[in-house]
Design a protein around this ligand. Structure first.
Ligand SMILES: [Zn+2]
Length: 534
């Protein structure tokens, strides 16, 4: 029999042992265990393959780095910027990674393929026949080595050369470029690839600039139907960075959810990079990608993560990876609740470019969708919605049903027959400058939120740049993107019990308390995410 006094030592010992066991599980083991929930991948660009994987030492180092980072899937690129990696190097690297238990796929970046576009980005002029022939050869080569090939987000054109001008005739650029790129995709990529390797699957990775897809030839409905899988650019970087800035964190969430809805089961993962980031903004990309239900996150790219802010970013990410797996578990297979926020595919943004991203930063939990549904309980409409021919009657139907609607001033101006005096209609003053929304004060925001969130039985009191996400019926997430601590509160129309289930970064703590029917979060530290189950 154990003496009562000893029992506590035994219990303490067991607890310590369990804690040690948890700690000792390496990220590599954990990532392998969780790979069906969330996979972590990286890309070695063609130049990275040349520089790091041509010798055994480099291969060993990259394998070790991947294992330490929980990376279980590696993309080895065969072509980028006019450079092609030799078959021997690619084949050897592929087999080495496979032997170590990695999944290995290919990748192609279609820059400097042939005739260069007159626009930016070293992309091609696909009106030019020779460029298309080169493109086909690049894909045939990759298909002879890999069973899965990702296409980085340069498969577009912004060329306005004489040949393109003649080609488009009287059409607008989007009307010329979208069919052109659809044809290039099927005739020069998909068909030739399947002829070389019938098992090969091709992933089209869409850039983050969703408001300009159609302008440069990405047609997300047809191309998603044509390709085997899609991937999503979630590289928001740092809003304040001089070179790479201007994108808010919520963009990664909006685009990942929006394309996830279009792609359905074809949706692979999100892709972000360390360019112009700090450790904080780097991991915010990972959190938004995972919150948006990505099944995989790709860390672009091995070479970039070796220099500048890369190593510090990766250290911070590694510490968050166990929490990111938990976050993936919280969102998987759960419908999100909130404010219907449609962007019809190929819709023009006018002067409301990426307004959804900024509205999300206001603490309005959006449900990004491609189609307008009048069944939604609350909705946000911007000028993008003008793409919908039945817009006026749909808005009227929702207003008559008493649903709270938020519409931009730009949309209100363009709709002649809408009753802007309706009690359940709020006009959001964007003034043709979505960034200006970040200046709205807590006092200005609270009534807007409370009106829009009424159908969900929630009131939300918070400053700007604190995002709210309603996951399923019993989970919500708040994330503070400010550089200062914030106090916020949530009020529920029904009595609920709430418990904190996750905080990121993991070393932070957030105090939850109840006061007069309000759930208060005291001093949410800067750049911190909190998940609550209720
Ligand atoms: Zn051209």
């Amino acid at each position: 029999m154990i003496k009562p006094g000893r029992m506590k030592y035994i219990v303490a010992g067991l607890v310590l042992l369990m804690a040690l066991k948890c700690q000792s599980q390496s990220l590599w083991e954990m990532a392998n265990e969780k790979r069906e929930l969330l996979r972590i991948s990286t890309l070695l660009t063609a130049q990275n393959v040349r520089d790091y994987l041509s010798k055994e030492k480099g291969i060993n180092e990259s394998i070790e780095w991947c294992k330490k980072t929980g990376v279980t899937h590696v993309f080895l690129e065969s072509f980028r910027g006019g450079y092609t990696v030799g078959r021997k190097t690619l084949g050897h690297a592929k087999s080495r990674f496979e032997k170590e238990g990695f999944e290995v796929s290919g990748c192609i970046t279609t820059t400097r393929v042939g005739k260069i576009s007159t626009g930016w980005g070293n992309v091609g002029c696909y009106t030019d026949r020779k460029t298309c022939e080169n493109l086909q050869k690049i894909f045939e080569y990759a298909a002879s080595i890999f069973d899965e090939i990702m296409i980085d987000d340069f498969l577009f054109t912004n060329c306005e050369c004489d040949e393109c001008q003649v080609g488009r005739g009287g059409k607008s650029w989007p009307d010329y470029r979208c069919p052109l790129m659809i044809k290039v995709s099927t005739e020069r990529i998909l068909k030739p690839v399947k002829a070389v390797n019938p098992a090969a699957k091709i992933i089209i990775k869409y850039p983050q600039w969703y408001d300009n897809f159609h302008n440069r030839g990405y047609e997300v409905l047809q191309q998603t139907a044509d390709y085997d899988k899609i991937w999503v650019g979630t590289e928001t970087r740092d809003y304040d960075d001089k070179r790479w800035g201007g994108k808010v964190q919520y963009e990664a969430y909006y685009i990942m959810r929006w394309l996830g809805g279009i792609g359905g089961l074809k949706t692979g993962g999100g892709w972000f990079d360390p360019l112009g980031t700090t450790e904080d903004t780097y991991v915010e990309q990972a959190r938004q990608t995972v919150l948006a239900d990505a099944k995989e996150m790709l860390l672009f790219c091995y070479g970039a993560l070796m220099r500048n802010t890369g190593p510090a970013n990766v250290r911070k990410l590694r510490a968050e990876i166990p929490g990111l797996f938990e976050l993936a578990g919280l969102v998987r297979n759960k419908p999100i609740k909130g404010i219907h926020a449609p962007k019809p595919p190929n819709s023009d943004a006018y002067d409301e470019q990426y307004v959804f991203d900024f509205v999300g930063m206001l603490g309005l939990p959006l449900v990004p969708v491609a189609e307008i549904s009048t069944d939604a309980e609350a909705a946000f409409f911007s000028v993008h919605a003008l793409k919908e021919p039945d817009l006026s009657s749909k808005l009227e139907k929702m207003l008559d049903a008493g649903k709270p609607l938020l519409i931009t001033d730009g949309l209100a101006e363009r709709l002649s027959n809408i009753n802007t005096d309706a009690e359940n209609l709020t006009v959001l003053k964007v003034n043709g400058n979505p960034r200006s929304l970040l200046k709205l004060s807590r006092r200005q925001l609270n009534p807007i939120r409370n009106r829009l969130l009424a159908p969900f039985g929630i009131r939300f009191d918070a400053p700007n740049k604190v995002a709210l996400y309603l996951i399923g019926e019993q989970c919500l997430v708040v994330e503070n993107f400010n550089d200062e601590p914030v106090d916020i509160s949530l009020e529920f129309s029904k009595p609920v019990k709430a418990r904190k289930t996750l905080v990121l970064p993991p070393e932070r703590d957030v105090e939850l308390s109840w006061s007069r029917g309000k759930l208060k979060f005291t001093k949410i530290t800067p750049r911190t995410l909190v998940a609550v189950e209720y």
